[in-house]
Design a protein around this ligand. Structure first.
Ligand code: COA
Length: 373
């Protein structure tokens, strides 16, 4: 049977950065404007005044220090509070495809391959700029790839579910060489005017090249096994589908048309699910937790990752065993664990095992057991 392997990885990091202090200054200016404009309604108790955000809260509650975004000026303008993302003409590359090209080029270069040698592109992301034609098919064309391409969305677990899909197809022979690319423009679906979550997300794009291990031209990671699980929950939700046109409200009034979450519930419900999932995956692979050299976890919250690391390893993990990148990128949805893998994997020695694990809306959990070849 064909043994799939990750032979290249690439990360496109948007050049614009928003620090917590910049973000909080913009939010507090917006809140002050809101409170002034609605002073009468606030005084009469009709609506609640907006409370101020704070950098100290953000760092303590999440571990996030800054985020990269595709457009900073719109987000930081208290009269706008969302990114200015130019709508592209149909005859020019879309914004997701543009980010994807950069990340894919890096992954291909690392693997010593060209776009023309790819025969499967999966665009696995939590938000897509349009329903069709698939972003993946646009990327396929821009790369000069052959074969076929499709989009998929399993929210924060999109990339790991995409890896499983690609690995299975390579194993079965329906594809030879796949790119799993995750352009995550989380700034587009975040409500920057909501104090409870305005600090959570950032933008990025990751790409992985997956091919038969026997085709690898350089250092690579064997995909020993993958495991995916889902369980329905409304605690992370975004209702912005086509039904918004048929609903009797103006979209601007609908808070549920952007990312909404019950953060505390997510924390409580997802942690046991993820820890049990990882332990069961390791057990079925016959690997003791102590033999796992690295955990590349989903990057939503530092306390969450600390908890999972402790539960899986049975002790506090060394920083090098469970690297976090969320302090620099914030939550980048499905791309987070792949950034961690891309930045913290080169030092592993042949035979070392590590696990990529993502989790999020759905709920969904995806894990990928890797071995350095
Ligand atoms: N600045 C200052 N105070 C804030 C604030 C802000 N930006 N946002 C919330 N607060 C306040 C709240 O009003 C609350 O005050 P109260 O105790 O007086 O009611 C207090 O801080 C605690 O808020 P809470 O929302 O309970 O914080 P938390 O400790 O749960 O942290 C998250 C919030 C979102 C960071 C955390 O719940 C989380 O990471 N959850 C999981 C997220 C996740 O994985 N989601 C998946 C997304 S893909």
């Amino acid at each position: 049977m064909v043994q799939p392997a990750i032979t290249g990885s690439g990360v496109f990091t948007p050049p614009e950065v928003i620090t917590n202090d910049e973000l909080v200054t913009a939010f507090n200016a917006y809140a002050a404007i809101f409170n002034t404009r609605h002073a009468a309604a606030i005084d009469s108790g009709e609506i609640e005044a907006k409370a101020a955000s704070s950098s100290d809260f953000i760092i303590t509650a999440s571990g996030i220090e800054q985020r990269h975004v595709m457009n900073k000026t719109g987000i930081l303008d208290p009269e706008v509070m969302h990114p200015h993302l130019r709508a592209r003409r149909d005859d020019e590359p879309g914004i997701m495809a543009e980010m994807a090209l950069d990340a894919c080029d890096k992954a291909l270069t690392q693997a010593g391959r060209t776009g023309g040698e790819v025969d499967l592109v999966i665009c696995a992301a939590s938000n897509h700029e349009r329903p069709y034609p698939a972003i993946a098919i646009e990327i396929q064309q821009l790369l000069g790839a052959g074969g076929f391409a499709f989009d998929m969305n399993v929210a924060c677990s999109s990339a790991t579910f995409g890896i499983q899909a690609a690995a299975d197809m390579i194993r079965s022979g329906s594809a030879r060489r796949a790119l799993v690319v995750s352009p995550e423009i989380c700034s587009g679906h975040l409500e920057w005017r909501d104090r409870d979550c305005h600090f959570i997300f950032g933008d990025v794009c990751t790409a992985l090249l997956i091919e038969a291990a026997e085709d690898a031209k350089g250092p690579h990671f064997i995909i020993r096994s993958t495991r995916c699980a889902t369980q329905f929950s409304n605690n992370i939700r975004n209702n912005n589908g086509f039904l918004r046109r048929t609903r009797p409200y103006g979209m601007e009034d609908r808070r549920d048309m952007l990312f909404v979450q019950e953060g505390r519930k997510v924390f409580k419900e997802v942690l046991p699910m993820v820890s049990a999932h990882v332990l069961a995956h390791l057990e079925s692979a016959g690997i003791a937790a102590d033999d796992l050299r690295r955990l590349w976890l989903h990057q939503a919250n530092k306390a969450m990752n600390d908890f999972i690391g402790r539960k899986v390893l049975g002790r506090v993990p060394e920083r090098s065993e469970q690297p976090n990148i969320l302090q620099d990128y914030a939550n980048t949805s499905s791309a987070g664990s792949i950034i961690a893998f891309s930045q913290y994997s080169e030092d592993l020695a042949p035979g070392d095992c590590g696990m990529i694990c993502s989790f999020g809306a759905g709920y969904s959990v995806g894990s990928v057991l890797l071995e350095r070849a």
